[in-house]
Design a protein around this ligand. Structure first.
Ligand code: ATP
Ligand code: MG
Ligand code: MG
Ligand code: MG
Length: 564
């Protein structure tokens, strides 16, 4: 069915001459000015007709490619009960980012930031045999995260649209295949959307061997820094880049190794304090304090200075969790030393718990953590201890060539979760031999609303938005440039185009000068602009390419033939 012509005289659209006062990024400025989105409260946005169209186009491409790999679309609630998140510990671990609320009976709920728990329970309910697997499920849904710094318009919202999918397999090979399918689908999605992107390693990969990669869209407005090698195909989020510790990283202090002191409490002290056998649980040690993860050890490590923890914390508030807790939490994987040296230094020691002291620190040789590092003295730390240590020119871990750094927007993230959630909920299916088999999972996200902003960032120019055809809110923007009679002519051309299946916006607003209409057309950013009725009487139109600015004069029929 041909679409109706969108008449600007009747559309809910008000373009703005001036940038909104609080907007620092290009996409934020332009999406607001061109009437695509409107701020409702901090990090919460309303999508107006043009914006809704673009987001729907992004969602359509995502759907088509997810369907093509055999994933099935579902829609789960955003309003979720506390219990499943209690089971996995995320009710607490999510911290301030989680929107928590109570119902009238006082029961706790949350607004879903991501849905691993609920999907795991769904599959537990629906799948009983290995024959029911593998299964891949996805949804395109509103997500809620009480971001510390909602910014840049829809780029980082507190309410936003995400495509999240989850794969369920009985074998590691199966999981690897589900992951591979998603990775390929994501490449196709971003290619079709016209989003320039790079796939980068998201975490060191040292934790339980789980693979995690991010899809980053290079853009100045991005909040992620990635390192890439101009020689080989190495690319990683700087948080995951490996490089040897340099003196600069320690703020001029001796390297961590040399700060060791003989009176450092041992791991046995901590083990005793926690009432656990030192040998059994100190692999991939993670400590929760009052429910929040605050410290981390490394595999087989006997040198972790957790002893201080004992002095700072009452026993009742401290508990151990296992390596599985790392899955799905790349933000926890910092300060680990792998075979290639230091892999990021966002320490997990929480300065709010022990001001000025970090009990868990950086690391300076494979398989160990250094002792007695003080954040702020040995490393610069900000509120969240986010320290980028990789610098442009650092050697590529693969080939040694100088790395280049770039800013980018995280538009997608794929993750092999393994059995963390299946363990938490005892998600088993009956295997071929009639014995239960524990299921292994992957989770995969795309920021659908964020992709709109990322596209705007990458494609806009000084005149305004400039959409790739696949996502544009229309194919052609017809400008009625003359008086009433010519407006009829413009509407006629628009109707013919629409009848031929072309998506058309026509600027038929009365009392708006042609100059303003041209400016608005460029701001709105539909790929082709067709100016009708400038030359009175004649059946001549001007067809302009929004991106290149190339224009030609044609008869209306020629133009229609060209566009259909
Ligand atoms: P970020 O590092 O930007 O905070 P994230 O790593 O917390 O993102 P994921 O949990 O990996 O996000 O979620 C999957 C995808 O959802 C992200 O890759 C991103 O595209 C999108 N996304 C996450 N948070 C937001 C947000 N606040 N606003 C818009 N999109 C978001
Ligand atoms: Mg986040
Ligand atoms: Mg991230
Ligand atoms: Mg992520």
């Amino acid at each position: 069915m041909p679409e109706a012509v969108q008449r600007m005289s009747r559309m809910l659209i008000k373009t703005l001459r001036d940038d909104p006062a609080d907007a620092e990024t290009l996409s934020h400025r332009l999406l607001v000015r061109a009437g695509y989105v409107r701020r409702t409260s901090a990090g919460v946005w309303s999508w107006l007709p043009l914006g809704k169209r673009v987001m729907d186009n992004v969602a359509r491409v995502v759907r088509e490619e997810m369907d093509a790999i055999g994933a099935q679309e579902v829609l789960l609630p955003a309003l979720l009960p506390r219990e499943p998140y209690e089971t996995t510990g995320r009710w607490e671990e999510y911290g301030d980012e989680l929107f928590r609320l109570k119902d009238r009976k006082g029961a706790d709920h949350l607004l879903g930031p991501t849905h691993e728990e609920i999907f795991t329970l769904l599959v537990k309910d629906q799948c009983t045999s290995y024959k029911d697997l593998p299964v891949m499920l996805y949804q395109i849904q509103t997500k809620y995260r009480d971001e510390a710094r909602p910014r840049a318009g829809v780029l980082r919202g507190r309410e936003f649209q995400m495509k999240d999918s989850y794969s369920f397999d009985t074998t590691d090979e199966g999981l690897a295949e589900s992951y591979r399918l998603h990775r390929a689908a994501y490449r196709r999605i971003f290619e079709r959307l016209g989003l320039e992107h790079r796939i980068v390693s998201a975490v060191s990969g040292a934790m339980g061997g789980s693979a995690s990669e991010e899809f980053l869209a290079p853009a100045a407005a991005g909040e992620d820094t990635f390192a890439h090698c101009p020689q080989c195909d190495y690319a990683a989020n700087t948080e995951a880049v490996t490089h040897p510790l340099r003196p600069a990283d320690t703020g001029g202090h001796p390297a961590p190794e040399e700060l060791d002191t003989p009176d450092t409490p041992t791991i046995e002290t901590l083990a005793a304090h926690l009432g656990v056998p030192a040998s059994a649980t100190l692999k991939n040690l993670l400590v929760k304090v009052d429910g929040e993860i605050t410290a981390v050890g490394v595999p087989g490590d006997r040198e972790v200075d957790l002893g201080k923890l004992a002095g700072h914390l009452a026993p009742a508030t401290v508990e151990l969790v296992t390596a599985e807790d790392f899955a799905g939490r790349p933000d926890l994987v910092r300060g680990y030393v792998g075979p290639q040296g230091l892999q990021g230094v966002r320490y997990l020691a929480d300065p709010r718990v022990a001001p000025g002291t970090s009990w868990i620190t950086g690391a300076n040789k494979p398989g160990t953590h250094a002792r007695n590092i003080v954040c702020g003295r040995d490393f610069e730390v900000d509120e969240y201890l986010d320290v980028a240590v990789v610098e442009s020119g650092d050697p590529c871990p693969s080939c040694g060539t100088g790395l280049e750094l770039g800013r980018a927007i995280e538009i997608g993230h794929i993750f092999q979760l393994g059995r963390k959630y299946a363990d938490a909920f005892q998600l088993d299916v009956l295997g071929p031999q009639g014995k239960p088999v524990r299921v292994t999972m992957g989770s995969y996200g795309i920021g659908v609303s964020r992709a709109v902003a990322a596209l705007a960032e990458q494609t806009a120019d000084e005149r305004g938005l400039c959409w790739p055809a696949e996502v544009a809110p229309a194919d052609v923007h017809v400008v009625a440039a003359g008086k009433a009679l010519q407006t009829e002519f413009a509407l006629e051309v628009a109707a013919k185009l629409a009848a031929a299946g072309v998506r058309v916006i026509v600027d038929d607003r009365a009392g708006v000068s042609p100059g303003v209409k041209f400016t608005d057309a460029e701001l709105i950013g539909v790929p082709r602009i067709l100016v009708a009725g400038r030359r009175s009487a004649e059946d001549v139109v001007e067809l302009k390419d929004r991106r290149t600015g190339a224009r030609e004069e044609l008869t209306a029929d020629e133009a229609i033939a060209r566009l259909t």
